[in-house]
Ligand binder design. Sequence first.
Ligand code: F6P
Length: 360
Amino acid sequence: MSKRLGILTGGGDCPGLNAVIRAAAKTAYAHGYELYGFLDGYTGVVEGRYIKLDPPAISGLLHRGGTILGTNNRNDPFHFPVREGDKVVYRDMSWKALENLERLGIEILLVIGGDGTLAGARDLKAKGARIIGIPKTIDNDLKATDQTFGFDTAVRTATDALDKLHTTAESHHRVMVLELMGRYAGWIALYSGLAGGADVILIPEIPWTPEGVIKKIEARRAEGKPFSIVVVAEGVRSPSGELVVQRRVEGSVEKVRLGGIGQLVAQIIEEKTGIETRVTVLGHIQRGGSPSSYDRVLATRFGVAAAELAVKGVHGVMVCLRGNDISYVPLEEVAGEPRTVPVDHPLIHTARAIGISFGD
Ligand code: F6P
C-alpha cells in the first residue's frame, strides 16, 4: 500500500481553499504519497467519505473559489449530529473519526480551517490523531498566524464595493453605509475602509457613540461635502452595548451569526442629520470568487509547507505566517480568543492622521 495523507476543509468557505488542496496534493505526490480528500469537513472523516486527489482531480484548481471537498461548520466530531429514530441527537463520534483514519491508512491528516475546526483538530490530537492544521478565514482573526489566506481577497471585494458606493453617495448627496463581515474583529473593515476612502470606520475594538459619527458627517457637510461613506464591521455593538445578532445556527461550534448593525447605524445617522442614508450588507460576496494573487501565493505556501512537514513525519502543529516566513506552532496554541485589532495598531494611527473617524 502506498503512503497516504488526508486533507479536509472545515468551517466557512474562503478564497484559496482549493489552492491549498492543489499545493498539498502536488507536494504529496512528488514525495510518493497519495492524498485523500475527506468530504464536507469532519463529516467525511466520521462517515468515511472521501475522494482521491490524484493529478487529474486537482487540475484547474488554483483560481477556483470555494472548496471542491465541500465544507461544514456544524459537524464537530465531538458533537456530531446522529439520527436516532425521528430525532437528531448530538454524540461524541471522535472515536469513529480516529477509527476511519487508521482503517484508511492515513498517516497524517491536514485540516484546513478557522478557529472552530482547529479547536477540533487540537482535541483530536489529544486523542492520538496525527494532524497538521492550516489556518484559513476571511476574518484574519486567528491568534497564531500573522495572516490567513482569504483575507486579502475579502478586503479587495469590500474595497471594490466601496468604490462603487462612492458613486451614488456623491451623486445623490447621501450617506452610504457598508456592513462588512469579520465576526468580533475589525480587520476587513479597517483595511477596506482605508483602501476605499471611508470617512467613518466602526470596528468592534473601538467603542463608538452616535455623536462621534454625526460630528464627522456634519463636519464634511460644513466643508461642502454633503455625502459620506461609513464602514461598519458586523461585530460592532449598538449604542447600548449589545451585539446585533441575525440568527443562531444550532449545531455550529460558534452559534451566533452577526448582522444588522449597519441598519441601526444608518437609522441613527438619518434621524440626526436628515441626510438620506442607505445600507448595503456585503455578506457572503466577501467569501466568494477567485482568490487574489496574494491569497493564491499564501495558500500555496501553506499547502506546500504542511505537506512537507507531513512527509518529514512532523504533526500536532499548525503552519503559520510569521512576518514573511512560513513557520509552525503547536495545535494547543491555535484556537481560543480571536486576534482582534489592537487599538494602537499603526493603521488606526494612519487612518486617524488622514481624518477618518472611528466614531469615538
Ligand atoms: O468566519 C467567516 C465568516 O464569514 C464571518 O465573517 C461571518 O460572521 C460568518 O463566517 C458567517 O457564517 P455563515 O456563513 O455560517 O453564516
